[in-house]
Design a protein around this ligand. Structure first.
Ligand SMILES: C[S@@+](CC[C@H](N)C(=O)[O-])C[C@H]1O[C@@H](n2cnc3c(N)ncnc32)[C@H](O)[C@@H]1O
Length: 199
C-alpha cells in the first residue's frame, strides 16, 4: 500500500482511535517492562504514536522527554491537542532522518505496516538512533519466515509484513543490540513484542 493511502486510512479512524485508546492499557505493561531496562532517561521516540498519546504520557511521567512521530496528519493533530507541550511530527518512518540519539524508542503496532523491503532498513535506522544502553521496544508478526498479510480494521483495509522473528533478532544483533525480552504476548495470535538494548 502506498504510504499516502495508509495515512489516509488512519486519518479516517484517528478520532475513533483517540477515544478508544486514551485510557487503554494495551501495550502499557510492555512499555513499562522496556523502561525498566533503561539506564538513562533522556529523549524518547514513539514511532507511529497515534492520536491518544498514551505512550507519551507514560514516558513523560517516567522522566523522558518524549517525541511522537506518525504518518497520519489527523493522528498527530489530535495528539497535539492532548499534549501541546510535546514535539510531534508528521513523517513516514521510512524517510525520517534521526537528528539525535534516544534513550528509548518504541514502535508499538506501527512498523508492522511497513512494506516488507523496508523492515530491515527501518529497524537498522532505529537501532542506530539509540544511545549507548538505549532500549527499543517494537511489535512484529511472529513465525520464522517472512510474510505479508492484509486485514480489515474499523472498516479500513490494512497491510502488514514481517521478516519473521529470526530475521529481526539477526538485524538487532548486527546493529549492536541485545534481545532482552521476546514474547508472543497475545498467543495464539501471531503477535510478538521484542525489547532490545544497545550494547
Ligand atoms: C495501530 S496504530 C498504533 C498507534 C499507537 N502506537 C498506539 O498503540 O496507540 C498504527 C499507527 O502507526 C502509524 N504508522 C503506520 N505506518 C507508519 C509509517 N510508515 N511511519 C509513521 N507512522 C506510521 C499509523 O498512522 C498509526 O497511527
Amino acid at each position: 500500500m502506498e504510504p499516502k493511502e495508509l495515512a489516509a486510512r488512519y486519518d479516517l479512524i484517528a478520532q475513533w482511535w483517540q477515544i478508544k485508546h486514551q485510557n487503554s492499557s494495551y501495550g502499557i505493561a510492555q512499555l513499562e517492562r522496556a523502561i525498566q531496562f533503561t539506564s538513562r532517561r533522556h529523549s524518547a521516540l514513539d514511532v507511529g504514536c497515534g492520536s491518544s498519546g498514551r505512550f507519551i504520557d507514560i514516558l513523560s511521567k517516567q522522566g523522558f522527554q518524549p517525541e511522537g512521530l506518525d504518518i497520519s496528519r489527523e493522528m498527530i493533530d489530535l495528539a497535539v491537542q492532548l499534549h501541546p507541550e510535546v514535539t510531534f511530527c508528521v513523517e513516514d518512518i521510512c524517510h525520517w532522518i534521526p537528528g539525535k540519539l534516544y534513550s528509548l524508542i518504541c514502535a508499538w503496532d506501527s512498523t508492522f505496516h511497513l512494506p516488507l523491503n523496508m523492515q530491515e532498513p527501518v529497524m537498522k535506522k532505529l537501532c542506530n538512533a539509540l544511545e549507548s544502553d538505549g532500549v527499543i521496544l517494537f511489535t512484529c508478526g511472529g513465525g520464522h519466515t517472512n510474510n505479508e498479510i492484509s486485514g480489515s480494521f474499523q472498516g479500513q483495509d490494512f497491510e502488514y509484513s514481517t521478516l519473521g522473528v529470526d530475521a529481526f533478532l539477526r538485524i538487532i544483533s548486527e546493529h549492536h543490540c541485545t534481545c532482552r525480552h521476546l514474547e508472543y504476548d497475545q498467543y495464539p495470535e501471531n503477535h510478538v513484542y521484542i525489547i532490545a538494548q544497545k550494547t
